[in-house]
Each structure stands twice: as structure tokens, then as C-alpha cells.
Design a protein around this ligand. Structure first.
Ligand code: ATP
Ligand code: MG
Length: 180
């Protein structure tokens, strides 16, 4: 499994549709300060279901929508699409290529889709949760995050291990069932 393409449109500094193509192996994103390198990583986390505005370096979720510049007005929606090569079947779905997309509207509306079909956030989370690309996103190690792990409380540390072991999915299901 590897990431093939990431398309961002109206997400943070990317007003126009912009597509990044990846190959298996190591990819480096280079550019001057403030050019949007971290925004690319934020887009990856976001399309995979990240819910924490702080993790995305904003105050509220709406902050991911292009806010405008001196020459261009703000946009009303952010859209990110991720294509994953699933030739090795790492994702539990009968497709060799999997496309996940997420859209957020300024009025608060939100949409997720898997291969063009509208789904719930939970479906995206479950699709990814056995692959190591879990909800808490420990595959994306941001600045300062190593410190957080080292200084974590025993409860948080347990959470990290549960996620890595693929247990969180079942805990979430249990919590959902108990709430009903
Ligand atoms: P550095 O090398 O300093 O880490 P970077 O390449 O990682 O920089 P980013 O943090 O990805 O840069 O991008 C920061 C830029 O994104 C800033 O100019 C900021 O104004 C812009 N930006 C962030 N959110 C939005 C938004 N919602 N609308 C428009 N621009 C945004
Ligand atoms: Mg950065």
C-alpha cells in the first residue's frame, strides 16, 4: 500500500485544485518558509478523518477552508482527495485503488466519500484503522509530538499502544453500542 495522489482544493493556502503525485518510497516536499509544506501534511491527516482543529494547527475546523488573500476572496469549501494504491490488499476493501475524499462547507456541512460513494466518518476510520493509518494519526509525527509521547500519562500511552495494535476500533464500536 502506498499513497498515489493527493488533491487539495480550497484547503488552507491551496485555493486552486492542486495535485501531488507520489511514488513508492521516500518523498520530500521542499519549499520556502510559509509556502504550504505543512499544509500538505495537514491535508493528508484531514482527508483520513482527523477531527482535531489543533492538530491541524487551527483554532476551529473552519480554519482549513481557504481564507482568502489580498488578491483573492475566501472560498466556501475545502475539498481533499487521496488515492491509495491497494494492490497488496492492505486495506479491507475489494479495490486495488482506493479514493477517499472529504469536503467541508463554511456553513458547517461535511461529506466523506470512499471511491465516490458517500460514507460516514466512521467508515473512513474503519477502513484505515487496520492499516496503521489510524484516527490518532501516529503515522504523522508532527513537531513536538515526540515530546508528547515521552511525557504522556499512562492513559495516553495506553491509547497509543491500543491504536497501534488496532484495538481502538473495537473500543469505539463498544462505546457507540453502549450509548444506544
Ligand atoms: P515552514 O517552512 O515555515 O514550516 P510551511 O511551508 O510548512 O512553512 P505552511 O505552514 O504549510 O508553510 O503554510 C503556512 C501558510 O498557509 C501561511 O501563509 C498561512 O497564511 C497559509 N494558510 C493557512 N491556513 C490558511 C487558510 N485557511 N487560508 C489561506 N491561507 C492559509
Ligand atoms: Mg512547516
Amino acid at each position: 500500500m502506498y499513497l498515489r495522489t493527493l488533491t487539495v482544493k480550497g484547503f488552507k493556502s491551496f485555493a486552486r485544485a492542486t495535485t501531488f503525485q507520489f511514488e513508492p518510497g521516500v518523498t520530500a516536499v521542499v519549499g520556502p518558509n510559509g509556502s504550504g509544506k505543512s499544509n500538505v501534511v495537514d491535508a493528508l491527516a484531514w482527508v483520513m478523518g482527523e477531527q482535531g482543529a489543533k492538530t491541524l494547527r487551527g483554532g476551529k475546523m473552519e480554519d482549513v477552508i481557504f481564507a482568502g488573500t489580498s488578491t483573492q476572496g475566501p472560498l466556501s469549501r475545502a475539498h481533499v482527495e487521496l488515492t491509495i494504491d491497494n494492490t497488496d490488499g492492505a486495506l479491507p476493501i475489494e479495490y486495488t485503488e482506493v479514493q477517499i475524499s472529504r469536503t467541508l462547507f463554511r456553513n458547517g456541512g461535511s461529506e466523506y466519500a470512499i471511491n465516490g460513494e458517500s460514507v460516514r466518518l466512521l467508515d473512513v476510520q474503519e477502513l484505515l484503522s487496520d492499516s496503521g493509518l489510524g484516527r490518532e494519526m501516529h503515522v504523522i509525527v508532527g513537531q513536538g509530538q515526540l515530546d508528547n509521547v515521552l511525557q504522556a500519562t499512562p492513559q495516553d500511552r495506553r491509547g497509543y499502544i491500543e491504536e497501534a495494535a488496532g484495538i481502538l476500533k473495537h473500543r469505539r464500536r463498544k462505546e457507540k453500542t453502549l450509548r444506544k
